[in-house]
Design a protein around this ligand. Structure first.
Ligand code: CAA
Length: 284
């Protein structure tokens, strides 16, 4: 049974996974790179737990218990006793491979599972830098993790079916997620379909076919989506959107995955969406 997990990277996704796991009764050790980022990550989790209490989704006592199961470190070597580690750092292949090498060195349990929350980098490449590729899978969560019900389990030609089954059981039985399985191909299931749609909305806006508000209202009221595509781009982060699009384009060489010039320019200008206060919309 998985009782101790590690999360590498306490940002939007890492903090969300850590929160859900701690609420579910698992001890969670989050690694961030310095004290300031540790503080930011903890603030993010506390705010989300507070919101859950305010909405009547969580008892105050359970909020305290969840926080009591959460620890931080700045040293990857502290992951030594973890049974499952989920890497959730920025979508940078060099950084991720460096982390997988270090985790492979640090983790003592030969049965431990090494997972990545990447939405775009092949799991096979991360597995290949470890001495235990059969123990490496993708566990791709969706933002906001406490609210979104899905997890994509990404399997490789090297992953062991018993390891896949343990990762799936943890996500379903402990975290309460619904799991779908995908092979290790760019975008897996959801992003392979979602990203061309979102890029299409950026192209539509760039071509002046409709305003951002009208594009978003169109998809909210005409297709019952909870958020319009440009609001969702701002929510995901335009830098992440562009990174994912670039990786998908590189994988399939199909124009529908190419980053529209406007998206590229906005990222270069530092207009990254909600996280910087400005993207297709302005946030206060
Ligand atoms: N903890 C627990 N529950 C929470 C919560 C929290 N921190 N915050 C909100 N909730 C609950 C609320 O109580 C509410 O529950 P009920 O429906 O039972 O009342 C529900 O979540 C919705 O919350 P809100 O009313 O605050 O918010 P909303 O209705 O405006 O929805 C949203 C917000 C969930 C983000 C919604 O707009 C949405 O689903 N948007 C689309 C998100 C999406 O597509 N995400 C995927 C992005 S792609 C990705 O992540 C993958 C990638 O690789 C790029």
């Amino acid at each position: 049974m998985i009782e101790r997990i590690g999360i590498v990277g306490g940002g939007q996704m890492g903090a969300g996974i850590a929160e859900v796991a701690a609420k579910a009764g698992t001890h969670v050790l989050v690694r961030e790179i310095n004290a300031e980022l540790v503080e930011m990550s903890l603030t993010r989790i506390t705010a989300s737990l507070d919101k859950a209490v305010d909405r009547g989704k969580l008892e105050s006592a359970d909020r305290e218990a969840a926080l009591g199961r959460l620890d931080y470190t700045t040293d990857l070597a502290d992951m030594a006793d973890r049974q499952l580690v989920i890497e959730a750092v920025t979508e940078d292949e060099g950084l991720k491979t460096e982390i997988f090498r270090a985790l492979d060195e640090a983790i003592e349990d030969p049965d431990a599972i090494l997972a990545s929350n990447t939405s775009s980098i092949p799991i096979t490449r991360l597995a290949a830098v470890t001495s235990r590729p059969e123990h490496v899978v993708g566990m791709h969560f969706f933002n906001p993790v406490p609210v979104m019900a899905l997890m994509e389990l990404v399997t490789t030609v090297r992953s062991d079916p018993a390891v896949e089954a343990r990762a799936e059981a943890y996500a379903t039985d402990v975290l309460g997620k619904t799991v779908i399985r995908a092979k290790d191909r760019g975008g897996f299931v959801v992003n392979m379909l979602l990203v061309p749609y979102l890029l299409g909305a950026v192209r539509m806006y760039e071509a002046g076919i409709a305003t951002a508000e009208d594009i978003d209202t169109g998809m909210k009221l005409g297709a019952n989506h909870p958020m319009g595509p440009l609001t969702l781009c701002d929510f995901i982060g335009l830098d992440t959107m562009k990174l994912v699009a670039d990786v998908l384009f590189d994988e399939y060489k199909e124009p529908l995955y190419a980053s529209p010039p406007l998206l590229t320019r906005m990222v270069e200008a530092g207009l990254l969406g909600r996280k910087t206060g400005e993207g297709f919309y302005t946030y206060t």
